[in-house]
Design a protein around this ligand. Structure first.
Ligand SMILES: O=C(O)C[C@@H](Cc1ccccc1)[C@H](O)SCc1ccccc1
Ligand code: NI
Length: 187
């Protein structure tokens, strides 16, 4: 089972590598890894288990954060609506690829954090507001989906990890809260 001790922190060179495509058909090892990554996200969002296991809450995780330089991400975005507990996005994605994106950019009003970064880095992380994404799912089936707003931000954060990019690489060093006209601030 994955816990915080398995997550590498900034300074580890693996976080700056471009990860390798996953070989298809998926190996049992890569399928199991995806399951364990998703299990981590579920546990991290369960108050009892997170407390018991000492987990930071996470809505996404990328294999390079486990010192595994493969193009695998897991995302699990809760709806936040107790009436409708279904997550708005929950998937293990193999070889995810952004096929196209909106002209419109967006950022989270609260900025971003990272399970591999044990410090606050304030500032807007400007990303695409909408993306069209292809990936291979855990059953080996090629998927093509469109995401927007928070779900799109989460997936872009995770795909950045596959390309050796950290969220603070996107922050304007001169003025961390500088925003071009038209950027959507997601609260
Ligand atoms: O380090 C990771 O990749 C997981 C991040 C993903 C993420 C951070 C900021 C914005 C979007 C995605 C963790 O989920 S950071 C902790 C967290 C937990 C709940 C909501 C937002 C961020
Ligand atoms: Ni991260």
């Amino acid at each position: 089972m994955i816990t915080m001790k398995d997550i590498i922190r900034e300074g580890n060179p693996t976080l700056r590598e471009v990860a390798e495509e996953v070989v298809l058909p998926l190996s049992d090892e890569d399928i199991k890894l995806g399951e364990e990554m998703m299990e981590f996200l579920h546990n991290s969002q369960d108050p009892v288990k997170a407390e018991e296991l000492g987990l930071r809450g996470g809505v996404g995780l990328a294999a390079p954060q486990l010192d595994i330089s493969k193009r695998i991400i897991a995302v699990h975005v809760p709806s936040g609506d107790l009436e409708n507990p279904e997550p708005t996005l929950s998937a293990v994605m193999y070889n995810p690829k952004i096929l196209s994106h909106s002209v419109q950019d967006a950022c989270l009003g609260e900025g971003e954090g990272c399970l591999s970064v044990d410090r606050e880095v304030p500032g807007y992380v400007v990303r695409h507001n909408k993306i069209t994404l292809s990936y291979v799912d855990a059953s080996g089936v090629k998927q093509k989906i469109r995401l927007k707003n928070y779900e799109a931000i989460v997936v872009q954060h995770e795909i950045d990890h596959l390309n050796g990019v950290m969220f603070y690489d996107h922050i304007n060093q001169e003025n961390p809260y500088a925003l071009k006209d038209g950027v959507l601030v997601i609260e």
